[in-house]
Design a protein around this ligand. Structure first.
Ligand SMILES: Nc1ncnc2c1ncn2[C@@H]1O[C@H](COP(=O)(O)OP(=O)(O)OP(=O)(O)O)[C@@H](O)[C@H]1O
Ligand SMILES: [Mg+2]
Length: 370
């Protein structure tokens, strides 16, 4: 086939040159180094189903960008941006890890280094035993990546043709391709969209197409950089269900960047908080909540307006007609609270709101005076 320079089309796409299709049968042993717990981290017990060597490992990884800005008419000033400043962590096979932090924290830069798109300025980085920047093509067989902000699909082609191109680029065996395609079309509701050019898809439809595209070649590791950004609640639920199923049935290791704590809450047993290019926390979401004593909100719709609900473990913070908002500790389970309310009040509907990531992180800083 004609080699396709996908990088030329999509600057952030993982390189997939058909001329280099050797997929290593067995990952070479990863560089061993002791598991690292960041000094600032509260890290409870073991996470997920890790077995053997870590699939992702970083040791003292740095990334500095040199930025040249125009100063006056002829002069340019050179400044350095330290996007990643000494990252050390490991992710085991089959883990689903949330990678969160404020804007500019270094999350996307980390993911770009883990795909080989960016070369680290220092440190050691391995994914499935491969050094990403040195062996991008070899690594491309082992990883899938979804950037929520931009598509890796071909803009003018129907979804089906994009998938067909990926089949040829990755040399996916016919039977396997059909099996995967059928499964993803079914689970992600892509059937009616297959003949539609990507540019005509809505954001949520395109995102589901991108997720399927990233997985057709059965990668061991999937990076998701804000996969639920801009999606409505129905699409978010669909995407989360899909990712949970993928992780459970195929053991795919998933690194998930998001600004939506509900994604983390529902998918990840482990969460890492990144700020200024460093790991500030590595542990469970409950652990993070309990450090900052953050609160979740239970939104209750009663059958008719009532005085403020009185229930142990939660406080009504707002009442609007039959709807009431109750704050409760984020590390606590909502189940007993819901049961207690349902027992005494005529409940029509309810939902739980996670706190904003920014507020959780702010509380974490405030409590540990970092
Ligand atoms: N190509 C680049 N050139 C110069 N600086 C860059 C480049 N890419 C990223 N940066 C800078 O590096 C820092 C980290 O950026 P990065 O995109 O990794 O943040 P992020 O954690 O993904 O943030 P967000 O939540 O907004 O997506 C920022 O200060 C950003 O301005
Ligand atoms: Mg980003």
């Amino acid at each position: 086939m004609t080699p396709i320079d996908r990088d030329a089309v999509h600057p952030d796409a993982v390189p997939t040159d058909a001329s280099n299709s050797v997929r290593p049968a067995v990952a070479s042993p990863a560089v061993a180094h002791p598991a690292v717990a960041h000094p600032d981290a509260a890290r409870p017990g073991p996470f997920g189903s890790t077995d053997g060597a870590p699939v992702i490992e970083l040791r003292d990884v740095e990334k500095t960008f040199v930025v040249r800005r125009r100063v006056g008419r002829f002069r340019r000033a050179r400044t350095e941006v330290r996007a990643v400043a000494g990252l050390t962590f490991q992710v085991g096979h089959g883990e689903m890890v949330g990678y969160i932090g404020p804007n500019g924290a270094g999350k996307s830069t980390t993911i770009k280094m883990l795909t080989g798109i960016l070369v680290p300025s220092g440190g050691v980085l391995r994914v499935a035993g491969v050094e990403p920047a040195r062996e991008r093509l070899r690594l491309a067989r082992r990883i899938g990546v979804v950037f929520g902000q931009r598509t890796t699909l071909w803009w003018d082609l129907p979804l089906r043709d994009s998938f067909g191109l990926l089949r040829r680029i990755y040399k996916i065996p016919d039977a396997r391709f059909r099996e995967n395609l059928d499964r993803f079309v079914d689970l992600l509701d892509l059937g009616p969209l297959l003949e539609v050019p990507v540019r005509q898809l809505s954001l949520g439809q395109r995102m589901r197409g991108d997720i399927a595209a990233a997985l057709l070649h059965d990668p061991d590791v999937l990076y998701l950089d804000e996969p639920t950004i801009g999606l409505d609640i129905v699409s978010k639920v669909k995407v989360r269900e899909f990712l949970r199923d993928l992780n459970r049935t195929r053991g795919t290791t998933i690194l998930l960047t998001t600004h939506d704590l509900t994604d983390i809450e529902q998918l990840c047993s482990r969460v890492m908080v990144i700020d200024h290019g460093r790991v500030m926390y590595d542990g469970s979401l409950d652990g993070l909540h309990s450090i900052g004593e953050s609160e979740r909100t239970l939104v209750v719709d009663l059958a008719e307006p009532q005085p403020a609900i009185e229930v142990a473990g939660a406080t009504v913070v707002r009442v609007d007609g039959p709807r009431q908002w109750l704050a409760f500790p984020a590390a606590a389970s909502a189940a007993p609270l819901v049961a207690a309310i349902a027992d005494r009040y005529p409940l029509a509907d309810l939902s739980i709101q996670e706190p904003a990531i920014e507020s959780v992180i702010a509380r974490m800083y405030a409590s540990s005076s970092v």
